[in-house]
Design a protein around this ligand. Structure first.
Ligand code: HEM
Length: 150
């Protein structure tokens, strides 16, 4: 029987909700931008509004990731990742308003890839394991025959 107090689960649930929101908004942004470039100019407002909601969602994801780390007992990897994403989103919004598209579009692709990968890792994460443990890596010790483990 474990004597350790049970870790609260709500921080991870909160992180999953915010990570999913970030992933969805990062997915929507290229579509809104594509529609804009195709001539649907009203989508510029939608792109701007989605950028603000995305930035807010990333702030919430940082807060949730900090809670997962401090209260949930998981490593701080998610907090570091979403902090990096937050810095990139601030840069992206600034590049968007200044119309520096030569950097804005590649960075937008990078933000999209990161948001989807981070969300996938958050949903795969099981408390008590490293966030990015490769499939099978965690079984290496457990597959040793009894008595052979160091
Ligand atoms: C692959 C993804 C993206 C593409 C292709 C893209 C493309 C564009 C384009 C074409 C514009 C209009 C520039 C102009 O009016 O001359 C723009 C503006 C802007 N973008 Fe993006 N974008 C992307 C992702 C993002 C993301 C992820 C954010 C936020 C984090 C963002 C924030 C903005 C902002 C704030 C503006 C200025 C809006 C305004 O002036 O009202 N974009 N983007």
């Amino acid at each position: 029987m474990s004597l350790q107090p049970a870790r609260p689960r709500w921080p991870l649930v909160t992180l999953r909700v915010t990570a999913a929101l970030v992933a969805l908004l990062a997915l929507a942004q290229p579509f809104l931008a594509g529609g804009l470039l195709q001539g649907f100019y009203t989508l510029l407002d939608a792109h701007e509004m989605a950028a603000m909601i995305l930035g807010t969602a990333v702030v919430l994801a940082v807060a949730a990731a900090l809670l997962v780390w401090r209260l949930g007992g998981s490593p701080g990897t998610f907090a570091v990742r979403y902090t990096v994403l937050l810095v990139l989103c601030v840069a992206q919004i600034s590049l968007g308003f200044s119309r520096v598209l030569i950097l804005h579009i590649p960075l937008g692709v990078g933000i999209f890839v990161m948001a989807e990968k981070f969300a996938a890792d958050v949903f795969r994460h099981r408390p008590g394991t490293e966030p990015t443990t490769a499939p099978g890596a965690e079984t290496a010790a457990s597959t040793e025959p009894a008595g052979v483990q160091a």
